[in-house]
Design a protein around this ligand. Sequence first.
Ligand code: AMP
Ligand code: MG
Length: 528
Amino acid sequence: MRLDQLTFDNSFTRDLPADSSDENRPRQVSGAAYSRVSPTPTEHPALIAYSPEVLAMLDLDIDALDDTFTQALSGNRVLDGMDTHAMAYAGHQFGNFAGQLGDGRAITLAEVVTTEHGRQTLQLKGAGPTPYSRTADGLAVLRSSIREFLCSEAMYHLGVPTTRALSLCLTGDKVMRDMFYDGRPALEPSAVVCRVAPSFIRFGNFELFGWRQELDNLRTLADYTIRTHFPELGEPSPEVYAAWFHEIARRAADMVIHWQRVGFVHGVMNTDNMSIHGLTIDYGPYGWLEDYDPGWTPNTTDNQMKRYRYGAQPAICQWNLTQLANAIYPLIEDVEPLQAGLEGYVERFNEERPRMMAAKLGLADFDPNDSHDYGLVERLTDLLPAIETDMTLFFRGLASVPGATSDEDALLAPVLDAYYSPDELSGDHRAATLAWLRDYSARAARDGRADADRAVAMDAVNPLYVLRNYLAQLAIDASEQGDHAMITDLLDTLRTPYAEQPRREAFAEKRPEWARTRAGCSMLSCSS
Ligand code: AMP
Ligand code: MG
């Protein structure tokens, strides 16, 4: 089917209260879950990348990539049946309540009810101002759009719950950005991503009504969300609200464990960036761990506190869930079930995290209550940050460490490539690393699986290809010069991140020296 042949639905705007004003200027909006707004037309829209899997998910075929597709997904044409709008939400940013935020540069087009994947919402990011744009322009630069497009799809193929990206369009327009916040703004190409998810409802949508004391709207939104997106929980009631919160907490735990598994750092885990579905959402100043450093965040806006560093992500998820619990408390008027939901998060995390680490180590009969097994994981996560060690290559290499050996060369050779400065692997650190590898090799042998079988199992959870920060930047550099091929090349590679791809070894290489300090590679700022 082509895009204009789809039947669009608009349950969000049909079932929830609309802003009574249609004035598109920054303002406070009360008593409403959204404001109707039209995308801003652009100069010369051009489709530069799309996801074949999302196309198929929406029951679209390759013929759908026509002019209508480009026009509609760059904000130039609103198709019949679309009720375009921006959502109202609030949120806690960096630990503080920030009041009304809302879709400042996102405009939802419509929902599509698919045969296999249920309800999917299409939303443009960077399609112009809305009543929630505050002091900004509602536009997105090409570099951040490429990053959102590629990372959404990379995460999906890694098996991490995420919003998806259907398309990436250049607008043909330029926007002014002060990329380094140093008073040297420059014109940059702007772009629009069409992202896709069951819904884009965030924790912040509930916080808005809690804060404004609009309890009817709070209930209407919760009931809508449960009936539309969590129907298996039953008709809304205080018990069902509690069960729903429990489910949101479970999904959040699973999501963050996946992040830890693949070395993803979200960068801005504000409550307005937390999906009610447990999906990774709002790809901004995210980054991928290259050298394993639990204290690392790519977000320069968070340089001082490092609130959203890799190692803090699980605790931040819990903190964010607490904010959601506070927001929906009036629906239940009982602390206990919400407290139980929060404890459910901790339990789920404490159960699944060791399972995830055991899978990364390829140990089938791992016992987290056994001090040896537990210690094996803890010793490793202490060793890795001591010298610069590439997380992805280390775990990938570990799969080739033979069982039941104490031979130094046999133990070290498979992981050597993971070290940024192999010379640093000396003295005490070398001794501790070898001691760990020896214990690991003995433990792997005791696990009873053949080395080759262990390697296959490990390679299914330890990716070889992740969206390394410098790779995204190389694709951006070329695209800004008009050559968009690397975006598709990277996307193709990241579609099978666990499989060795002979002609694509370059995309598995650790960060080159030039990328260590280059902006966009190791440092990014919040919104751009
Ligand atoms: P973020 O840090 O991207 O999650 O954005 C936080 C808030 O700022 C959200 O309400 C965004 O919609 C808004 N925002 C970010 N960038 C822009 C922009 N270029 N124009 C308008 N609003 C924006
Ligand atoms: Mg956001």
